[in-house]
Write a protein that binds this ligand. Sequence first.
Ligand code: 5GP
Length: 175
Amino acid sequence: MEGMEKEILFSRDAINQRITELAADISRDYAGKELVVVGVLKGAFIFMADLIRRLQTPCVIDFARLASYGAGSTSSGQIVITKDIEMEIRDRDVLIVEDIVDTGLTLSYLVQAFKERGPRSLKVCAFMDKRLRRKVVFEADYVGFTIDDGFVVGYGLDFNEKARFFPDVYIVTNL
Ligand code: 5GP
């Protein structure tokens, strides 16, 4: 992180406001149902914590972790589940909560893997969507913020494991 130059992209206030809107949308869509919210580690943990505390509908939570082969900050295409959820999702309403949809490879893989377990419904909520970077067709059902490109940190998102603890989201300007 030494030498990382950054500019604020989304302030904690803007994030708060947007999450309140997202939680209202999700609560309306799942009224009367109990959600299984699956957070994708590590990046989504703060977003998920804020989101579920604003839901008006009950939920249970679990976590998954995936890895993509290849070094650096971009996916190379080979995805594996390194930590699976512990809950049974057959006939449940499942909402995957992810930090960023970038190439779309990670979420395409996870959605396919979960579909094979027979959930009643399966949707994805992404904190951020980098629409221009897709390598596969993938649409999240709920999106917090859309950006074109650039590398972002803070609010759970890391740069070599650092910067996750920043309360605001920054764009790194000297990568
Ligand atoms: P993809 O959609 O390419 O399979 O992978 C998305 C994952 O790459 C995200 O879950 C996130 O962990 C990581 N990622 C993509 N873009 C960024 C970014 O701008 N900042 C950070 N910190 N991680 C990113």
